[in-house]
Design a protein around this ligand. Structure first.
Ligand SMILES: N[C@@H](CCC(=O)N[C@@H](CS)C(=O)NCC(=O)O)C(=O)O
Length: 221
């Protein structure tokens, strides 16, 4: 049977698809991006949204597995490609990152799109989520020897999620709140900056991190 090939169906940005793209790149998988016409293709997706993962393993080019939801796709690829540990508890410690960073991005959008009357309040809620996340992530990086990796000594699922969602928040949401990149960068610690720079420059994923904007450049400015 030929090896699997994968398609990441999404829009032309890092957004919610980047962690999955990073894992596919690090695994040297046979994969490609697909940017469908939108909203024409909306009705064809499992839940009407993107990202969607399409997997092919036959020789006829027919998809034999199609799945939506960014977290589900990330965990599926993380397990299948070996970036999530087999131990359930160790895996759960990494999986927290998708949900916590998702909450942080959501808190940002609640702030960015809030009516003027509650914008400041929502901004404070976003900052509180960000500051807590920065504290927890910094402690984790320190306890892992400040190597730049979140777990162990090489690129993991948690690194993919962390880099991907910092990239979205800092490089792709400026149009919703001008200056957000500098605002977030000002709250990061030296340990997190080292982590972002290390992942962006990791040879295993550099081909993908070089696409879109450089988060390393933003945090080192
Ligand atoms: N919970 C979903 C949310 C997916 C989502 O919000 N997708 C957006 C882009 S990031 C989308 O498809 N927007 C176009 C639309 O809803 O028509 C996930 O994590 O995959």
């Amino acid at each position: 049977m030929p090896a699997c090939s994968y398609v990441i169906r999404y829009f032309g940005l890092a957004g919610r698809a980047e962690p999955s793209r990073l894992m596919l790149t690090a695994a040297k998988a046979d994969w490609a991006d697909e940017n469908p016409d939108w909203p024409a293709a909306k009705a064809d997706q499992p839940f009407g949204q993107l990202p969607v993962l399409v997997e092919k393993s036959g020789s006829d080019d027919e998809p034999d597995f199609v799945v939506g939801q960014s977290g589900t796709i990330e965990r599926y690829l993380g397990r299948k490609l070996g970036f999530l540990p087999a131990d359930l508890k160790q895996a759960a410690l990494q999986e927290q990152f998708h949900d916590q960073m998702g909450d942080m991005i959501l808190a940002f959008y609640h702030h960015a799109f809030a009516p003027e009357s509650i914008k400041e309040e929502k901004g404070k809620a976003f900052d509180a989520t960000l500051e807590k996340f920065v504290q927890v992530q910094t402690e984790l990086l320190k306890s892992n020897g400040n190597s730049g990796y979140l777990f162990g000594d090489s690129f993991s699922y948690a690194d993919a999620v962390s880099y991907g969602y910092y990239k979205h928040l800092m490089a792709e949401t400026d149009k919703y709140r001008p200056g957000i990149a500098e605002h977030v960068a000002g709250k990061l610690t030296p340990e997190i900056i080292k982590h972002i720079v290390a992942i962006e420059n990791d040879p295993a994923v550099k081909e993908q991190t070089a696409k879109w904007a450089s988060v390393a450049a933003i945090v080192q400015a």
